[in-house]
Design a protein around this ligand. Structure first.
Ligand code: MN
Length: 289
């Protein structure tokens, strides 16, 4: 039986500073510490990138203990990491990094894109790993837009891209360590869709662009409230687009372990954080040229 999930929080997407970079951070934000297993959601851009304005250049930095995921919506980035990967990420593509015991990576708009100029916009999502997988061998999954399975709404006005997990019997290509759904949704004006999410999952919906009504009552609009977090009490959510909209929907089985987070590391204890800092200093997370 289909039952709507009830809404736990409805929140805005305030700007924060990450170094010199200005971006939106709905998670964590006031009233929403995390949505276990999701720890952080950054929405960057759209930035008008040019040779005179290139604010989103993330130099080499380490990670351990979780999965940093980038979903690119506009523009073109170069991903490089200590596993030897060097990939151009285009609009609609996904880079899914499993940091495991340690990886060093860098991302920035490609030189060609900076020279040509254009909008850059993306999402960075931090997905926790359970204690037993925190020190797993690091890996990188690159998913091109053309290889992402899609399903449509009955009115054909909404298209949902399955990056990880499943919807309407279709399976996303990304391999995950726990049960996780990551969907991007592109809706035309007046389009309506039902999305099924397991009752046991914690889940959220984030609006990048446009305006929508969630579950028939909750209005989200760019610049006002942009995210809803659902309770673990139903198996369906609905959305209706008031205008052309872009949406992210994620859900996951909660890990329910103590999280100790410091900078680019997400572990279970302080001791493990100190070990991560030491291992990075000693070069144990590899090297990025
Ligand atoms: Mn990173």
């Amino acid at each position: 039986m289909k039952q709507l999930k009830t809404i736990q929080h409805k929140v805005a997407s305030p700007f924060v500073n990450m170094g010199a970079i200005k971006l939106r951070q709905p998670l964590p934000s006031e009233g929403v510490e995390n949505v276990d297993p999701f720890l952080l959601l950054h929405h960057y851009g759209p930035y008008a990138i040019s040779e005179f304005n290139n604010p989103f250049d993330l130099g080499a930095h380490p990670h351990r203990g979780f999965e940093p995921i980038t979903l690119l919506f506009k523009g073109e980035q170069l991903h490089r990491d200590s596993l030897g990967n060097e990939m151009v990420v285009k609009a609609g593509d996904v880079q899914w990094t499993t940091a495991g015991r340690g990886i060093i990576h860098a991302e920035a708009p490609t030189k060609e894109f900076v020279k040509k100029g254009g909008d850059l916009e993306g999402i960075q999502l931090w997905l926790n790993l359970p204690a037993k997988h925190k020190m797993m061998t690091p890996k990188y999954q690159h998913l091109e837009a053309a290889n992402i399975p899609r399903v449509s709404s009955e009115d054909s006005k909404v298209e949902l891209h399955i990056i990880a997990g499943n919807q309407q019997e279709k399976q996303g290509p990304i391999t995950t360590q726990t049960s996780v759904n990551v969907f991007t949704v592109y809706a035309d004006k007046d389009g309506e869709m039902k999305v099924e999410l397991p009752e046991t999952h914690q889940s959220l919906l984030y609006l990048l662009e446009g305006a929508i009504v969630v579950n028939g009552t909750e209005v989200l609009e760019k610049g006002a409230d942009q995210m809803v977090v659902f309770n673990q009490d139903g198996n369906t959510i609905t959305l209706k687009a008031k205008e052309k909209s872009t949406i992210l929907i994620v859900s996951g089985q909660p890990i329910k372990e103590k999280v100790t987070q410091y900078g680019p590391y997400v572990m279970n204890t302080q001791t493990e954080i100190l070990e991560a800092m030491r291992d990075f200093q000693q070069g144990k997370m590899g090297y990025l040229y």
